[in-house]
Design a protein around this ligand. Structure first.
Ligand SMILES: NC(=O)c1ccc[n+]([C@@H]2O[C@H](COP(=O)([O-])OP(=O)(O)OC[C@H]3O[C@@H](n4cnc5c(N)ncnc54)[C@H](O)[C@@H]3O)[C@@H](O)[C@H]2O)c1
Length: 258
């Protein structure tokens, strides 16, 4: 099947990794349903996607709310009877030592980073299985984190929410294997996005230290992550499912001794 007719849902499509992935898919002629709770930013994104081969359909959605996800997928179902790919990038970061973290922050981490992916995957599933075959499997890609592979003080609940997501990835991969839906995750270390820029700006008050450069000597750009997501959505990864791929410049491979 040609890429001319592919349909993808990207959550967190208004900013950072999700926005970069949205641009990449639009450049490759996908029809992209971009879900985000930041509707103003989504509208700005829509204006910047006029001259691309693909079609962008922005949809306001709170990925942590089953009612909101249901409503968003009703709009998607009105526009297409099938999907080729789901990319879940919507996520939040909350800092704080575990003994200091508020219950509201703990809940938002798990509601958005973990439950949000499950809710979106559940809503996308009926559309993903429509055209999925062994030769041309449908794809789900979750944006986890290197924190799921190596936690950090001040980010314990965030790491736990992403560990839970990696287990959802693995189990879902096997549960959906016989329906030809491949489920994988990327696990980036620090990526230069608005999320991290805000953390850096707030560092004086929060005390949280962003990890910074990797052993490769720089911080990742969103395009570094998008490239691996593109691989996970493409034919070259057709025999991969249940994988958690670090995109971290070697950050979790070994500790650097100074
Ligand atoms: N930036 C990093 O260093 C880094 C590293 C590892 C993993 N990640 C993960 O990558 C993903 C994207 O992060 P980013 O750095 O691009 O951040 P970002 O803040 O630039 O973008 C996240 C987007 O998700 C949206 N969002 C948040 N909660 C939502 C909800 N409930 N419903 C719908 N949309 C929601 C935001 O409005 C925003 O547009 C997140 O899951 C994050 O945990 C980021």
């Amino acid at each position: 099947m040609s890429e001319m007719s592919k349909y993808a849902v990207v959550t967190g499509a208004a900013s950072g990794i999700g926005a970069d992935c949205r641009r990449d898919l639009l450049g490759r002629a996908y029809t992209v349903f971009g879900l985000d709770r930041d509707i103003e930013q989504l509208k700005r994104a829509e204006q910047s996607t006029r001259d691309v081969p693909g079609k962008f359909i922005p949809i306001a959605c709170d990925a942590s709310s089953s009612a909101s996800v249901k409503e968003a997928f009703e709009q998607i179902k009105a526009a297409t009877n099938r999907l080729d790919a789901l990319v879940c990038s919507a996520g939040v970061f909350r800092t704080g030592a575990l003994m200091d973290l508020s219950e509201a922050d703990y809940d938002s981490l798990f509601d958005i980073n973990t439950k949000g992916c499950w809710l979106t995957a559940r809503a996308a599933y009926p559309l993903l299985k429509v055209a999925a075959t062994q030769e041309a499997p449908a794809r789900m890609v979750f944006v986890a984190s290197a924190a799921a592979l190596r936690p950090k003080t001040g980010g314990g609940a965030y790491a736990a929410s992403k560990v839970a997501l990696t287990y959802i990835t693995r189990v879902l991969a096997v549960e959906l294997a016989n329906e030809s839906i491949l489920v994988n995750a990327v696990a980036p270390a620090t990526v230069d996005t608005p999320l991290v820029q805000k953390l850096v700006a707030d560092a004086a008050t929060s005390g949280y230290q962003v990890s910074g450069v990797s052993p490769l000597g720089r911080v990742a750009q969103p395009a570094d992550v998008t490239a691996v997501i593109r691989f996970l959505l493409g034919d070259d990864s057709r025999y991969m499912t249940g994988a958690i791929l670090p995109v971290d410049g070697g950050s979790v491979a070994a500790m650097l001794s100074k």
